[in-house]
Design a protein around this ligand. Structure first.
Ligand code: TXA
Ligand code: MG
Length: 327
């Protein structure tokens, strides 16, 4: 087979037809490149193991383009999955759930669980949306280093796949965090860019390397602290902040959006309080902004940050201010 490298944006339809015909396609993600096949077609999935020389007992992750696809792939999905999805999907997080009957055992290596991940790459999601959810491992020969460019893939898998979608270098550069939600305690099976610290806020406890980490139930950990006197919510994106704002205006309320400067253009003509530019600015300004806001408005909508480290720390306070409420 001749392997061609094509610009990702130019070959989505062609690659979608390959997938629907049961063939393999290499696609870019934000972590590493993936070698994908229709996750519902066991014959197509078998080709992945052959092309990579992968042992049959190593399960594959199923890649989705939208949360609607989860119902076809998994059953008994816990609420906490959707909370994590709100924060980290699309993104470098794979969540292990109970598999549905539609997912062949070829994908799960005979097991009853399945990994689900929504890659943060527009070409990957466009391909999936135009075809089917994709079972895909990293697009390297088994045991070799994972590929972060189309050329890495070509060197490893030349002759094994018709098209490599070239989406440039992978932004993250290491494989996704794998989090098992089917065990008693949520367990990180593989660490990645979504850290234990980032997962803890949602999960409360997480097991990593055989150790269980918990959020300390220190005084002040309840949502009643740090709260402004007026209703407050967290907005998962600036778009949802603006939508909530407009809805409140129609109801005759006096809302305000508290967000970073970068969103000035999106917030236009609506009441806003700036938090500055960086995560440091945000941290520095948040309490002052909440003080100001509760004096002048009757509803506060705060932009949510999705990062770790300092961003996670400031979000800890924002979550409390919002009493855990999100829009
Ligand atoms: O970032 C990534 O996750 C990349 C891109 C392409 O999405 N994919 C990737 O796939 O790294 P792979 O197959 O190279 O690694 C998947 C890891 C393996 O260690 C596998 O054992 C584990 O996830 N895994 C997959 N499904 C599982 C399941 N149902 N239970 C436990 N572990 C699972
Ligand atoms: Mg791999």
């Amino acid at each position: 087979m001749i392997t061609q490298i094509k610009k990702a944006k130019d070959c989505i339809d062609e690659c979608a037809s390959l997938i629907l015909r049961g063939e393999l396609v290499v696609f870019p993600t934000e972590t590493v490149y993936g070698l994908g096949a229709n996750a519902f077609d066991e014959h197509a999935v078998a080709k992945i193991f052959k092309a990579k020389g992968r042992p049959q007992d190593n399960p594959l992750i199923v890649h989705i383009s939208s949360l609607k696809e989860v119902d076809e792939i998994a059953v008994d999905v816990p609420d906490v999955f959707y909370k994590l999805a709100e924060l980290y999907m699309p993104g470098p997080l794979t969540v292990i759930l109970k598999k549905s009957d539609k997912i062949p055992y070829a994908v799960t290596a005979g097991g009853e669980t399945v990994g689900v991940r929504m890659p943060d790459n527009e070409y990957a999601r466009a391909l999936i949306a135009a075809s089917r959810p994709l079972a895909a491992p990293s697009a390297n020969r088994s045991k070799h280093i994972s590929p972060t460019s189309a050329m890495h893939v070509y060197e490893d898998l030349k002759g094994e796949v018709a098209v490599i979608m070239d989406g440039g270098e992978c932004r993250v550069g290491i494989e996704s965090t794998v989090l098992d939600l089917t065990s008693d305690t949520p367990t990180i099976l593989r660490p990645g860019a979504v850290t234990a610290e980032m997962l803890l806020d949602v999960l409360g406890e997480v097991s990593v390397n055989g150790r269980v980490i918990k959020i300390a139930k220190a005084p002040g950990m309840k949502y009643t602290h740090y709260a402004p006197v007026v209703e407050t919510v967290c907005a998962v994106s600036i778009e949802s902040a603006v939508a909530k704002y407009d809805e409140l205006i129609k109801m005759g309320r006096r809302p305000v959006i508290v967000a970073r400067d970068i969103y000035r253009d999106k917030v236009v003509d609506r009441e806003q309080i700036s938090l500055g530019i960086t995560a440091e600015d945000y941290t520095h300004n948040i309490y002052n902004a909440l003080h100001l806001a509760e004096k002048q408005y009757d509803f506060i909508i705060i932009e949510e940050l999705h990062g770790g480290g300092l961003e996670a720390s400031v979000m800890n306070r924002v979550e409390k201010a919002a009493g855990g409420k999100r829009v």
